[in-house]
Design a protein around this ligand. Structure first.
Ligand SMILES: [Zn+2]
Ligand SMILES: [Zn+2]
Ligand SMILES: [Zn+2]
Length: 257
């Protein structure tokens, strides 16, 4: 099946520009240097799957004219990946009397249920609540004829998920990708990797480290995401191999799912 991946956000947790920052990238006039929080949308056969709902989801959905969603998959529960749940509301109302399914591993689902208790306890009588339901998964999930396979990565001291779907994979936050997970990434057309900056970080990958992963896994094309204000778009791209590029908000890629 043909599928499209849209980069909704390519930025790190604080976004670029970063509040109160006077650096050149935060003041850049290049639209590629404006990075909202990290998320992608996968579309195939009229279905739309969101990976993570960021605090910028509303802006991203308006920019990309998202009119419906069929499922949301969560990589982990850091604020930059989940805080947009309330803004799913207008898209969830279309599912009534059903609910929009949110897929997450057990501990992530527990965290989301607790963090957004007002949604899941549902004793809030005024105004509309997001019509969502948590579905716990502990392995691959089949969504509308496509298989989404979790890829375990190490994110600082925690173990979280990326996803492989067809010939593409999206690994958004990782300081390390275990060997077993690298084995799951063979034969890819498109690989997204975390590349926060050049300087080492305890919970994120660097440009250098992610280039090593690219060399090892050998996808046809690789894209770096979760980028901070240390990496100017044009300048950084000029230093990367031809099959590796910085992702940017609004980037669209076609692939087979
Ligand atoms: Zn993150
Ligand atoms: Zn800055
Ligand atoms: Zn994170």
């Amino acid at each position: 099946m043909k599928a499209t991946l849209t980069v909704l956000g390519s930025g790190t947790s604080m976004g670029v520009p970063t509040i109160g920052c006077d650096c050149a990238v935060c003041h850049s006039s290049d639209p590629h240097d404006r990075r909202t929080r990290p998320s992608v949308l996968i579309e195939y056969q009229g279905k739309s799957i969101l990976i993570d709902s960021t605090p910028d989801f509303r802006e991203q959905a308006i920019r990309e004219q998202i009119h419906h969603l069929d499922a949301v998959l969560y990589t982990h529960t850091h604020a930059d990946h989940i805080l947009g749940i309330d803004d799913l509301r207008p898209l969830t109302f279309r599912h009534k009397p059903n609910k929009l399914p949110l897929y997450a591993r057990q501990e992530a689902a527990d965290f989301i249920r607790n963090m957004f208790r007002y949604i899941f306890d549902a004793d809030y009588k005024f105004g509309g609540l997001p019509q969502v339901e948590l579905r716990v998964i502990d392995g691959p999930v089949e969504l509308f004829g496509a298989r989404f396979e979790p890829v375990t990565v190490i994110h600082g001291e925690t173990e979280i998920w990326g996803f492989r779907f067809g010939t593409a994979a999206y690994l958004t936050d990782h300081s390390e990708v275990p060997d077993q997970s690298l084995d799951q990434l063979q034969g890819l057309d498109i690989l997204f990797l975390d590349a926060l900056r050049y300087k080492p970080h305890p919970t994120h990958s660097t440009v250098e480290n992610s280039l090593r992963i690219v060399e090892r896994v050998k996808p046809k094309r690789a894209f770096f995401t979760h980028i901070c204000h240390d990496l100017p778009h044009e300048e950084t791209n000029a230093t990367l191999p031809a099959n590796v590029r910085l992702a940017y908000d609004g980037m669209k890629l076609e692939f087979e799912i």
